[in-house]
Every structure is written in C-alpha cells, then in structure tokens.
Write a protein that binds this ligand. Structure first.
Ligand code: TNX
Length: 529
C-alpha cells in the first residue's frame, strides 16, 4: 500500500503519542532484557564522557563497593576511567549518583529507580541489591546496540523482580567446570539479573568438593577413566569459598548440591562401606541411573553424610542446602540385612519409607545448623518430609502443584521448559539422546513458573524457578550455546511483570542484545547452525 509521505508523518506522530500516553516505548534501542516493570522515555540523551564522575552514597559499600564495580564496568565497556566521589546530598552535574534511601521500602529488596536527566543519572534503591540491578540496566543501556556508545536515552525506569528465586544450575560433576568459567557465569547471571547459582557438585561420574575428613572423595572420587586418560578435577575448599565470595559480591547465593541417596557412585568408589554390600565400584563412566546408592541401614552412612554436610555448611553460607533425592533405585536395600533390620525396627513396610527416613533425618540435621533442605520432587514420594523442606519440581510441574498444596515452598524447574541441556530448534541433528525434547526459545518465553491451578495462597509458595545446565552432553565449551539465548527468555519470565512480556517485542530486543553478548564473548546459539 502506498501512503503519501505527509500522511506517514502524521501516522507516525499519532503512534508515538499513543505510545507516550501509555507511559513507555517499545523502541528497540533500549532493548533491555529482562524488560523493566515501568519505563518512561523522554527526548534527548545523557552522554557518559571521560569527565563523568560516579557519586556514591557512603553506605552503599557492602557487600561490594558499587562505585568501584560500576567504574570497572565503564572502563571495560566504554573505555573511560570515571572519578569516584562521595555523595553528600545536593545536585551534581555530569554525574552518575548511586543513592540508598531507607524510606523507599516500596522498591523492595531488589528494586531500583533509574533516572536519566540532561545533567546526569541517578540510581536509587532501598537496598544495595537494587542499586546493583540498576547498574546492570545502566550497563545494558550504555551498550545499547543502536545508540552511540555511552549515550543514555533520557528515561525513568522503575523496576523490581516478579520472583525472588531466579536460578541457574551448573553441573560440574559430569564434566568438570573450571573455576574461572563458573565466575564468568556469575558475571553473566548478574548481567541478566539472576540471583541463585545451584552447583551440582557430586554425582556418579565425579565428586568435586574437597572434604578434609574424607580425603579419598577427591583422591579417588574426583577422577574417572576415559579411555586411557584420567578425567576429572575438584575444587579445594579455599577455591569454593572464593567462588561463594565472588557470587556474594554480585548478589548471588551459591546453593551447593550433595546428591543422596542416589547418584552416589563416585562417593561409594571412594568409601565402599557406604554401599549395602560394601563392594568396590569404579567411578561411573556412563550416563544414567545406577544401583549403587547409599545404605541407610548402616549408622556409619549417616556419620558420613553428616561429616560431609558439616564441611559443606562451613564452606557455603547459603541458608539452603540441596541434597538431590532424585533417581534412587532401591533394589539393593531389599536384599540388605542392615536396611531390612532398620525397616523392622522402624516398622516400615516399604523401602520408600526408608528413603523418607534418610531425607527426614538429614533435614533435621540441617535444621540443627539453621539450614533448610532442598530436594528434587521425588522427595515428595517417600513420606515423612518435614514442612520446612523446599521442593524443586523437575518432572514437569506436577511436583510444584503437589508440594505447594502440601505447604512446601517450591522452585519450578520443569524439564520440558527449562532444561537447557535439551536441544533448541534446529539443534536436533546434533548428537542428543532420543528422550530429550526440543525446547525452543519461544517455548521458554511461554514458561509459567506458578502453576495456574494453585490458589492465591498456595501460589505464594512458588519462589521462582531455576533453569538447569546438565552437562552429560555439554562439556564446558558447549555451555554458552546451550544457555544462550534461552536464558534471556528465562530471566524475563522471572523478572518482568507478565503484562510487559511480548514475544514479538522480545525477539526485536534480543537482536540488539546479541550485540552486547558478542562484546562479552558469549557464543550464543544461532538458530539453523
Ligand atoms: C535428570 S533432574 C536428572 C539429571 C540428569 C538430567 C538430564 C534430575 C533431578 N535428575 O541427573 O542430568 O535428567 O537432563
């Protein structure tokens, strides 16, 4: 259709007025991911220049000096070295001001208000985490693909997350992940406003945490035979503490996972007495589910579990400790005199109850240390689960529904939406097991962390979600391609209000975001490759 130029201008003006009236613009040059809760765009820009200084409210220094963090980001991303000054109230020009306002409770623990005016930028928050997320938004604006470098559009943004638990699982057990790689992911998570890093550290194919009381876990359990090679690795306690600290300074809690009673072959290879038959087994070299699970009949098994948890809780200050609980075959327990004796004493009728006993005992132990247990949804199947246990639903959302209805807090990780080891559109051709479903970017964007069948009260129990990067088929060098761009859709689902989400608009913003990812060296998946 041909439209005369003058009419086109009128039409455009009408559209722009309409957009302004609804209070925000969908202009892709902002291209923020996740999209903020509210934005209002005005004409003009503030140009960040070499003379621009960062002013900091003196209290905004814990757990990280945010001015120094922002200055470092601007140095890397814009090549400038801004001066840092203490802000003591009043108006300042050519400045980025970071302000904490204890009265602004409405912004919550993680919310912020970012105002770009002609003379400078102000980021205001109730808590330091909010300032940190405001800085992430500013970094994205400064690297906006269509704006000139450092030209920040005049905008007011008020933003806060929809869910408090926005997580990523990295699996170091199947393929070892270097410490630097994990720290790089902590930075990428922060950039995308994620705040929980779940580290899967023990499994059949490898044990990755140094435990001083049980040195064989890393002498033996951290290594497996791959052909004629010895493959593996582990983190010393000092290295893990560095990871925890690196994450803490980026407002990310590291939640460690120590798998029990299943996925335990690497531990059992190190200490065979942990098995019902006390037989020697090698660290697994295949993927799957294995019968060599911990023996809950022997008291010595609990001594081991508690001894390991003593050190894990020492390394990880997280209020939550993940104990797995998934995929634990109980065949060995049926033939085990210790297990059968325990069942008789406790009056258990099935081995399921024995697993319930193990989980409950460990949950009580963790409670005594002021920590809460998280487990995969199988922990609901075995009875005896204390109400304080948090359930992570992975076999679809059925576990999330049941857990919330039973009064447990919930993390949603349904495999059909957020398992990013599964292939994306067009990735089927690559070697992937048949049981993996294709999880397209659009499907991830449609993910609903809160099951619609829950009542309003039950829905409050859903803390958020975690996407998982199981590594059987994705050693470290493949992880970027599996996670990106799906993690961009994932974070928007968790952060942005549902009425701000729009698939078409997201795709446009993503195109601009790819430019930022490229600058950060992220090898994202390009559909069709
Ligand atoms: C199931 S999710 C598992 C993992 C595998 C994953 C592969 C869960 C609790 N168990 O052990 O790595 O599938 O997609």
């Amino acid at each position: 259709m041909w439209i005369p130029k003058a009419n086109l201008i009128i039409l455009c003006a009408a559209v722009i007025t309409q957009i302004c009236e609804i209070g925000y613009t969908e202009k892709t040059d902002m291209a923020l991911i996740p999209i903020p809760a509210r934005m209002e765009l005005k004409d003009g820009v503030f140009q960040i220049k070499p003379t621009t200084a960062i002013y900091q409210d003196p209290i905004a220094v814990s757990p990280i000096d945010l001015s120094a963090y922002l200055a470092d980001a601007l140095r890397r991303e814009l090549g400038i070295e801004p001066a840092i000054r203490e802000w003591s109230g009043g108006a300042v020009q050519d400045a980025i001001v970071l302000k904490l306002d204890p009265a602004k409770t409405g912004l919550g623990d993680e919310g912020y208000r970012l105002t770009v005016a002609e003379g400078g930028i102000e980021i205001l928050a109730h808590k330091t985490a909010g300032l940190f997320y405001g800085i992430q938004t500013l970094r994205q604006l400064a690297a906006g693909a269509e704006t000139e470098k450092g030209a920040i559009p005049r905008v007011t943004i008020e933003d806060a997350p929809l869910y408090p638990w926005r997580g990523l699982l990295l699996d170091s057990a199947r393929h070892f992940l270097e410490k630097d790689f994990i720290e790089r992911y902590i930075d990428l998570m922060a950039y995308h406003k994620l705040n929980r890093l779940h580290l899967h550290l023990t499994d059949d194919q490898g044990w990755r945490i140094e435990i001083k009381k049980y040195p064989k876990l890393t002498e033996i359990g951290a290594w497996r035979n791959e052909g004629s090679q010895r493959y593996g690795g582990f983190y010393t306690q000092a290295e893990l503490k560095e990871i925890v600290d690196y994450a803490r300074k980026r407002f990310i809690t590291v939640v460690p996972e120590f798998e029990m009673p299943g996925h335990a072959t690497a531990a059992a290879a190190s200490y065979p007495d942990l098995l019902c038959r006390s037989e020697a087994v090698p660290v697994q070299t295949e993927w799957g589910i294995f019968p060599d699970v911990f023996c809950p009949g022997k008291e010595s098994t609990f001594e081991f579990l508690e001894g390991v948890l003593d050190e894990i809780t020492e390394i990880f200050p997280s209020p939550f400790i993940h104990i797995g609980g998934d995929e634990a075959p109980r065949d060995r327990w049926k033939e085990c005199p210790h297990c059968q004796q325990r069942m008789k004493e406790k009056g258990f009728k099935s081995e399921d109850e024995l697993q319930g006993y193990l989980i409950e005992r460990v949950a009580r132990f963790l409670s005594s240390k002021d920590r809460r247990l998280i487990g995969w949804d199988e922990i609901l199947d075995v009875g005896g689960l204390p109400k304080t246990a948090v359930v992570q639903s992975w076999r679809g959302m059925a576990g999330a529904v049941r857990a919330a209805q039973l009064g447990h807090d919930v993390i949603s990780s349904p495999n059909d939406f957020v398992y990013f080891d599964y292939p994306q559109n067009g990735q089927q051709a690559q070697a992937k097991p048949d049981w993996m479903m294709v999880t397209s970017l659009e499907k991830v964007y449609q993910f609903q962390p809160t099951p619609p069948e829950l009542s309003a009260g039950e829905a409050k129990r859903v803390w958020g979600a975690e996407c998982t990067m199981w590594s059987e088929h994705a050693p470290q060098e493949k992880i970027d391609t599996q996670l990106f761009p799906r993690i961009c859709a994932f974070t928007e689902v968790l952060w942005s209000p549902p009425d701000r989400r729009n698939w078409e608009d997201f795709q446009q913003r993503l195109k601009a975001h790819y430019g930022r990812l490229e600058k950060m060296g992220v090898n994202y998946y390009r559909e069709g490759n």
